[in-house]
Write a protein that binds this ligand. Structure first.
Ligand SMILES: *Cc1c(COP(=O)(O)O)cnc(C)c1O
Length: 391
């Protein structure tokens, strides 16, 4: 029996541990030099003027929608095939999500369907680089520009990817990254909003900090004279601040971003080489000229497999101590969305068909070639068993 292979594992080095411990000892635990350093690093990497660190990707999406003025009565176009936060943030802002089906190749929103979903109430479009794939983002940005609707890029799965020379995070009026432990870099929990717009950046800073003025000094404990403005709240805000310990981990991880992405690319390439040509599997495809920043490695069973069979295969993998998951169930088919909005099966055919057949395989930087081979052997065996059971 070999050791279990998890679905995901953060890449934490001694340097990461060191900087967090040093920060803890510094006495400055909320907005301070580490948050500012992380903001500078992400802004530079995505070639944006401003970066605003927040406590999660979802907090960043909520903040960005509020900064854009999205509220009750508004519609926001968002993908049917994504992680639930891409739609929940719209509800957090009091607006209505309008779902758009995916392209069966890239799994990103279909452009024609986005255009068809635009109404006079559309206040924003949320574009997601699904699994880190930037395919179609340039066209989506152009479409939004043509209709003068702001694009909010939910780039939570794509840090480090690019279309030609344009980095993921540079397409939207605002873009948001997520730093949950399974992402390209992690801060434990955390996120980052980036934009070139001074007014929006300043609004985001205020919203994440209880609605305080954007120029409020950040540490009243260090500068007693600033306590006055620290207690002045200009608008309804939230506590979406990122703490210094998390930010310090982010700074350390960000300095290794290229290395982390390269390792992930190697793991993805090893899977692809190993599984290429399997008659029952559809592998992820990357459009020429685009560089995917791999968030997860997700294979799809061919159409002759049912959802029940896919679930059996995932169960079989787990029984053999191989992490596997059904990334992602189509959002409108989630129990909450079905109950509240009355969606029924068949409303988003592509997202549903894809979501019934996906299998996310173990994916992280330290996955070895031997482990990948073991995962693939187990996967092949489980597929064989399922096919055999039919006959
Ligand atoms: C990870 C992720 C988020 C943000 O998740 P948090 O857990 O709130 O950081 C948002 N959108 C997508 C598409 C994601 O994958």
């Amino acid at each position: 029996m070999t050791d279990a292979i998890p679905l995901s594992l953060p890449d934490i080095t001694d340097d990461d541990v060191q900087i967090v411990v040093q920060t803890l000892r510094s006495g400055r635990l909320s907005i301070g030099p580490q948050v500012e350093a992380l903001e500078r690093l992400v802004a530079r990497r995505t070639r944006r003027t401003h970066a605003v660190a927040v406590s999660s990707g979802t907090a960043g999406l909520h903040t960005a929608l509020l900064a854009l003025g999205v509220g009750p009565g508004d519609e926001v176009i968002t993908p049917a095939f994504s992680f639930i936060a891409s739609a929940n943030c719209v509800l957090h802002a009091g607006a209505r999500p309008v779902f758009v089906d995916c392209d069966p190749g890239s799994l990103n929103m279909r452009l024609e369907d986005v255009e068809a979903a635009i109404t006079e109430r559309t206040r924003a479009v949320i574009g997601v680089e699904v699994f880190g794939n930037p395919s179609g983002m340039r066209h989506l940005a152009a479409l939004c520009a043509r209709y003068e609707i702001p694009l909010l890029e939910d780039a939570c799965e794509g840090l480090g990817g690019r279309c030609g020379d344009d980095p993921i995070g540079a397409f939207g009026r605002l873009a948001v990254f997520g730093f949950y432990p399974n992402k390209q870099i992690t801060t434990g929990e955390g996120g980052m909003i980036v934009t070139d717009d001074d007014r929006l950046a300043s609004l985001c800073r205020s919203i994440r900090n209880h609605g305080r003025g954007a120029n409020t000094p950040t540490n009243p404990m260090e500068t007693p004279a600033s306590l006055g403005s620290w207690l002045e709240h200009e608008r309804l805000g939230y506590n979406y601040r990122l703490n210094e310990l998390s930010a310090a981990l982010g700074v350390s991880q960000m300095q290794r971003l290229d290395e982390l992405i390269e390792r992930r690319q190697m793991v993805a390439d090893t899977y692809t080489r190993r599984l290429l040509g399997h008659p029952d599997l559809i592998l992820p495809t990357v459009e020429p000229g685009t560089f995917m920043s791999w968030f997860v490695y997700v294979v799809r069973l061919s159409d002759r497999f049912t959802r029940v069979e896919r679930d059996e295969i995932i169960e079989g993998l787990r029984r053999h101590e191989v992490g596997a998951a059904n990334y992602f169930p189509a959002i409108p088919q989630q129990p909450f969305y079905r109950r509240v909005f009355g969606y029924s099966p068949g409303d988003f055919p592509c997202a549903e068909s894809v979501s019934h057949r996906t299998i996310a395989l173990p994916f992280f930087t330290r996955l070895t070639a031997r482990e990948i081979d073991l995962v693939c052997q187990t996967l092949e065996l489980m597929i064989q068993r399922t096919t055999f059971r039919r006959s």
